[in-house]
Unconditional design. Sequence first.
Lengths: 95, 423
Amino acid sequence: MERTEILEELKSMMGKYMHDEDKVKLADITDDTDFVKDLNMDSIDLVDIVIQAENKYGIEIKNETISKLNTIGACLDVIQQRLAEKGQQSGVQHF
Amino acid sequence: MNRVVITGLGVVSPNGINIPSFTCAIRNGISGIHFRQELKDYAMGCCVAGVPLEFDEHVLSKYLSPGVYKSLRSSTVKYALTAALEAWQNAGLIMNNADVQPETGCIFGNGVCDVEHMRYAIQMFENLEVQKLGVRHIEQLMTSAASAFIGGLFGLGNQVMANSSACSTGTEAIILAYERIKSGHAKRMIAGSCEANSKYIWGVFDAMRVLNRNHNHDPAAASRPMSVDSAGFIPGCGAGALILEELETAVKRNATVYAEIKAGFVNSGGQRNGGTMTAPSPYAVKKCIETAIKNSGIHPCEIDLVCGHLTGTTADKIEIANWAEALGRKGKSFPFINSLKSLTGHCISATGSIESVAAILQMQHSFIQPNRNCENIQPEILGLISENAIVREPMEREINTVIKANFGFGDVNSCIIFKKFHQ
């Protein structure tokens, strides 16, 4: 799954947890964007987003990993990594 | 203002169901965390918990009417009553079934009632069997159930109430009781808190992804405050109870004085400045500690031991930074610090009272409870304080002054200072 595709889905999930005045910031986010410092999000809501991503993609992210997902890039990295591992386990080939 | 001392202790903890067994467990670093098949059956990620497995409620049958005892279902009430009973007897007080004691009260907190009991009542209701429920449920389901039962057991005629401040509840209860005596409104108070043995409450923490799921195969290693591989806290349950007395009253009856409370302070970060519903504001935490110290008249250098909140989550290193700044002591000058949760798990609303009992026992018996499962300390913590401050083996050491704090959801804090009693 393409990183940009995951990012768009992540942004859609994040939007539901953001104040209206902060949502404009979603247009300019980069890998370095910090959920709490830059987007004014509550760290506990980030856990909810990760749980949604787990359910959506059928992956599992460990608790200690979740606590380190401070930025957009870190979040995308982990989702991509888990998707790749899932693909290997199920024998699915990605082209 | 009256001086306030502690003259009685009682506990029902995962690693000790009375003061002698608890003292032995904390002195030697014995864990009370066990694998719970029930948690696995309910598909929880964390399947271990701190549960007082040897707890025997039978002792209560001697003190309660047969009707009350037979209908006791709430584990919060059972733990609270048992701990309070031990504290009362430990203080050398006698049971008086005839008279009301107008100078004695009780502040005994909890987070929520025993949800297992609530579920039973709801299920009866849903099954259209509410008329068969019986009469003795609301008295155990109300927030003030524990304090109400304790008030009745001892005939308390002063303030009898429950406080509720999440994980700050237990320490806050002691501070509220301390203030009641200090201001002259009571001469004696039973203070404490309790937490039910309830998979439903632990399940909602599991859903928040804050419980450690990595040590289901090794329960005693599961609670890992300050450790580099900590991955969440371990839930626990039980109760702690303390008898607080005005000094004169205690001296007059030749009571054994375990410690003096020098000061206590509670505050909130207002869920601003880094504080949220679930994360404490560092500013408010430091303010709480600093104010307690200021009110105590003690210099931070006099503090021998910090009994931290330290749950085994990513918040541990932030807490240590807050302690170091508030005390103005870093590196080698930082006092000893420990977390009872490495042995008991996090007993949630009971944690402050159980940990306060532990703090006083360490002072009374001159030892420091070792931090279990802390072989490899987080590097961020070692950048703030000396490795030697984190005791990992049983240590005999005279302790004169202990500072203890707890922090709860809602961005609420409590900090209390105990000192060895000197006339």
